[in-house]
Design a protein around this ligand. Sequence first.
Ligand SMILES: Cc1cc2nc3c(=O)[nH]c(=O)nc-3n(C[C@H](O)[C@H](O)[C@H](O)COP(=O)(O)OP(=O)(O)OC[C@H]3O[C@@H](n4cnc5c(N)ncnc54)[C@H](O)[C@@H]3O)c2cc1C
Ligand SMILES: NC(=O)c1ccc[n+]([C@@H]2O[C@H](COP(=O)([O-])OP(=O)(O)OC[C@H]3O[C@@H](n4cnc5c(N)ncnc54)[C@H](OP(=O)(O)O)[C@@H]3O)[C@@H](O)[C@H]2O)c1
Length: 443
Amino acid sequence: MSPRVAIVGAGPSGFYAAAQLLAVGEPEFSVDLLDRLPTPFGLVRAGVAPDHPKIKSVQRAYEKTARHERFRFLGGVELGRDVTRAELLERYHAVIYCVGTATDRRLGIPGEDLSGSYPATEFVAWYNGHPDFCDHEFDLQRAVRVAVVGNGNVAMDVARMIALSHDELKITDVADHALDVLQHAAVQEIVVLGRRGPVQAAFTTPELREMGELDRADVTADLDGTDLTVPEDADRTTRDNVGLLREYAARDRSGKPMLVRFRFLVSPVEILGDDDGRVRALRLERNALVDGRARGTGELEELPVDLVFRSIGYTGTPVDDVPFDEARGLIRNAGGRVLDDDGAPLTGEYVSGWIKRGPSGVIGTNKKDSQDTVNRLLEDAAAGRLLEPSRPGLDDAVTWEGWLDIDMAEKAAGEPHGRPRVKLTRWEQLHAAAGIPARGAVR
Ligand SMILES: Cc1cc2nc3c(=O)[nH]c(=O)nc-3n(C[C@H](O)[C@H](O)[C@H](O)COP(=O)(O)OP(=O)(O)OC[C@H]3O[C@@H](n4cnc5c(N)ncnc54)[C@H](O)[C@@H]3O)c2cc1C
Ligand SMILES: NC(=O)c1ccc[n+]([C@@H]2O[C@H](COP(=O)([O-])OP(=O)(O)OC[C@H]3O[C@@H](n4cnc5c(N)ncnc54)[C@H](OP(=O)(O)O)[C@@H]3O)[C@@H](O)[C@H]2O)c1
């Protein structure tokens, strides 16, 4: 019997693992790729910024995988809701978990849950039209100054999406509900806060450069008190980032209605609210760098802000009863083999992508990661160490054809407006376009 593999999660790591398994000549694997959404591509659809369409063209490689005769897409099937881990293990020779790390890391400071303090994870999902977030509200109309906490590329995406002009946004696939809110944002200043210095920033240079080329925002950087010495062994990104930030610090305002301000060596220690429980300020502590780490100096300041976007990284959550490493926010594994409580590899269970190694790395990083996992699976297959399924694979979900119907409807809606697509953002719209009655129900 040709071995069947269920891959849970149709993001980059899931698609790379599928392509790698389908490329094996002997045995000939068949692959069922499940996703809780009726739409594929994970964060390529729901994370990558709408004004970065070229990055999304990676989808073409995934579409090629999806056309393989031994591949099936089972959309709208959530592990832990529509299907259990035990059931997958009864139906497949092996399962690869590629579920990503969809939730936010917490700052762990007082006031974090005040109204107007948002995790970047939710803002990103909202402007990208993820159906779980379409009814979220972001109070940008009343906000004059907003803070973005974090110095990674997601923080850059968040700051830039607020700053982009309507003309820049209206040609993208940003969700319609977000287009409207962002157009009418009252924001005059976006303060990006790094806990360490410019040399330690995690963002990359193209993303930093874009911040200096916006239609409706000027840019500046407060570099007083920061150490701008680039270490001899620093990479090009660090060198170029520091050069660019120096240039931003020297720039005059050109009269654009918004300002993006980079500040460094500060950590939020409290988010302060008004009488209605809404964010009114951030209490910041000045940091010093000690052995490369941010250490509080005890020197405090209050920065009046109307909204706070917390962008300090993603983290994973447990899925069904798959063994989970709470401390690291990952599925417990060694090199992609899922481990039991005693640290022994479990038969037929594997993991790849952000939920295997943590929420960092670009789309391409997941290709090698999945290859490493698939290699472990192939070693186990060769040694006769996969599962012996007693039931057939799953059925009756949103199929690839269902997704193509969604895709066609979205592209057709975008075409008259010169947009790549207008996303369907509600579960019922997605199901209707895919031609299925309701969410869930497989078997
Ligand atoms: C905001 C943001 C912007 C980014 N921009 C870029 C960029 O411009 N360029 C770049 O190279 N990289 C970018 N990245 C990084 C890139 O998106 C990741 O490296 C990549 O998406 C990780 O792939 P993954 O398959 O591990 O997870 P994901 O892409 O998160 O895919 C996980 C999939 O699993 C599904 N799933 C989750 N739980 C279940 C369940 N219980 N049952 C079934 N399905 C489930 C989800 O619906 C999702 O489709 C960005 C990341 C973020 C957060
Ligand atoms: N255009 C693109 O290519 C693109 C776009 C978006 C995302 N991505 C990728 O996706 C991955 C995830 O991005 P990300 O931005 O979520 O994560 P990230 O790159 O890990 O950045 C997280 C940032 O949060 C800061 N931080 C963490 N804990 C903090 C705390 N308690 N207080 C203050 N700051 C804190 C970190 O500072 P420290 O360094 O001090 O820890 C860091 O600056 C990255 O690999 C990124 O490159 C790529």
